[in-house]
Design a protein around this ligand. Structure first.
Ligand code: SF4
Length: 271
């Protein structure tokens, strides 16, 4: 367990930030079953640009676990921040989106309290760096899955057993997050265009509306040439996203294999 900072009479809180993905949902189930008396606050930091499937999955979590989920939001929306950053779209090297739309509102919600923040990094991805609080901060990351040796197959097992299932976007996209997330693969962008054409159009709009003539694209450049979303080829149903419509008829291992969820080992799952 993470150590408590040397202090004080501050209030102590236990917080689980749901991301809208499978791991944090499984952690919610795990903590409820393992520590039923823990006074856990469930929160979701809404960037305002989430996928419809994410909201649907959160509604399912609320209903299946019978919990309240506090939705936290930045006081300013994405468009406000985009103006603030003079139209520079967020990118892997400048993730102002995460800082301003996710981390700061979360830290503001915690305030000065001592908060144990339960993070759903799994034992099979222990090298992944999660949220790193600033030195001396009062937010203490806690990793129950790493401590208990819980890996992907266990997460899937947890979700299967409680019948929560997985978010609908796993049929065509690997991660939760904003519809325009720059970490998407080309196939995921193509699938976004197919399944959420209005959101795709809005993502194109962000690329093509710089009044001063500058160019920023979500996918950056190749050989010095900007990669515009509108130039993406058509989504091919035989590709990565093709299991979208079939999702509800497949078992969780089948879905994970189809979309190649990182680290998923079907053989060990089926043992
Ligand atoms: S999901 Fe992607 S675009 Fe959204 S805040 Fe996270 S890194 Fe930024």
């Amino acid at each position: 367990m993470a150590k408590k900072p040397n202090s004080t009479n501050k209030k102590e809180r236990h917080i689980l930030a749901l991301s809208g993905g499978k791991d944090s949902a499984a952690l919610a189930v795990y903590l409820r079953d393992r520590y039923p008396k823990l006074n856990l606050e469930y929160v979701f930091t809404d960037s305002g640009c989430e996928l419809p499937e994410t909201y649907e999955f959160l509604r399912r979590i609320r209903a299946v676990l019978d919990i309240d989920i506090k939705v936290i939001k930045s006081e300013r929306d994405f468009d406000w921040w985009l103006k603030y950053y003079k139209g520079v779209l967020p990118a892997p090297q400048q993730r102002w989106c995460t800082r301003d739309l996710k981390l700061k509102p979360f830290e503001k919600y915690i305030g000065n309290d001592i908060a144990y923040s339960y993070v759903a990094i799994r034992a099979d991805e222990r090298n992944r760096e999660g949220y790193v609080p600033k030195q001396g901060r009062n937010i203490i990351p806690t990793h129950p899955f790493v401590e208990a040796g819980i890996a992907l197959k266990d997460v899937i097992d947890i979700l299967n057993k409680c019948e929560l299932g997985t978010p609908g976007y796993y049929g065509w996209r690997k991660r939760s997050g904003c519809y325009f997330c720059f970490y998407q693969s080309d196939n995921e962008w193509k699938a976004l265009r197919k399944y959420h054409p209005k959101l795709f159009k809005k993502a194109c709009w962000y690329e093509e509306n710089h009044s001063d003539g500058r160019i920023y694209t979500w996918r950056g450049k190749k050989a010095g040439k900007p990669l515009f979303l509108r130039e993406l080829e058509e989504f091919l149903p035989s590709g990565e996203g093709s299991c979208f419509e079939e999702c509800n008829h497949k078992t969780l291992p089948q879905i994970c294999r189809k979309i190649n969820i990182e680290g998923f080992d079907e053989e060990s799952f089926l043992k």
